[in-house]
Write a protein that binds this ligand. Structure first.
Ligand SMILES: C[S@@+](CC[C@H](N)C(=O)[O-])C[C@H]1O[C@@H](n2cnc3c(N)ncnc32)[C@H](O)[C@@H]1O
Length: 254
């Protein structure tokens, strides 16, 4: 099939992922648990939520702490949605969402006490993200992130093939912890996200989106191929979810 024009590919992608409670795996309880591992979060704490999407975890942070939060994402409709929600919830005095690229953040050095990044650091790679964002943190600053990890050795061939293609940087938790510590952080704590983190607010609603998207774009092969790819990702999860999952890590600058 002919390659899709980039604008159409992007538009179809965001249409497929629109209206979801979250744009990646996660749960409210996991965000709260990770926040509980960060000491002394108070009204003077400044948080940067990177790759916030529509802000599922941002709102948990805002409700679960008195901190000041800046949330960034490079997709303007997500930022508009989060700012609308912040206005509705009367949180705008301490929650502000901005369009920005996590590859080139222009905040001053030492602007934040805590960097939050759920399901998004993979866009730049864990090591690059941790090294480049470190300058944004004050001394004793913390980072909380989630990242996909292998959970068991010898996954089925289809599962290995999927991850080799989509995200060859996937590793097991021990290797991830070793990698983050080599970037100049110490691990305060880490824990796996439950399987429900994939389904309840992400793949479940996404499955409904895929069905409706296929109907809307019935005679458009490029859209059907995108839906096939998305379905394949969810089918791999159904078949092989024992072998991989997300890990929450809370880190402190060394
Ligand atoms: C898997 S989603 C996770 C969103 C949200 N944190 C959640 O857990 O629901 C990854 C997010 O990263 C954003 N993103 C991708 N590349 C980015 C970049 N270069 N700069 C900022 N955001 C980016 C996407 O728009 C998307 O919202």
């Amino acid at each position: 099939m002919e390659a899709m024009a980039p604008d159409r590919a992007t538009a179809l992608f965001f249409e497929l992922f629109s209206g979801l409670p979250r744009q990646g795996p996660g749960t409210t309880a996991s965000t709260r648990r990770a926040l509980g591992l960060v000491p002394d979060v108070g009204p003077r704490t400044r948080v940067l939520d990177i790759g916030c999407g529509t802000g599922a975890q941002t709102l948990v942070l805002a409700h679960g702490s008195p901190a000041h939060i800046v949330a960034i994402d490079n997709h303007p409709p997500f930022i508009d949605a989060l700012n609308r929600e912040a206005r509705r919830l009367r949180l705008t005095d301490r929650l502000e969402a901005r369009v920005a690229d996590m590859r080139s953040l222009d905040f001053a050095d030492g602007s934040f006490d805590l960097i939050w990044c759920e399901g998004a650091i993979y866009n730049v790679g864990v090591e690059a993200g941790l090294r480049n964002w470190r300058r944004l943190l004050r001394p004793n600053g913390h980072v909380a992130l989630t990242e996909v990890c292998w959970r068991k050795p010898e996954p089925p061939a289809e599962c290995t093939a999927f991850w080799n293609r989509e995200y060859p940087a996937i590793r097991d938790t021990a290797a991830l912890v070793e990698a983050v510590e080599a970037c100049g952080y110490e691990t305060v704590g880490h824990f796996p996200l439950p399987a429900s983190a994939w389904w309840d607010d992400f793949y479940g609603p996404l499955q409904d989106n895929v069905t409706a998207f296929r109907r809307r774009h019935r005679d458009e092969p490029d859209a059907q191929e995108l839906a096939d790819q998305c379905q394949h990702e969810m089918d791999i999860w159904h078949a092989c979810s024992d072998f991989y999952g997300y890990e929450f890590l809370v880190l402190r600058v060394r």
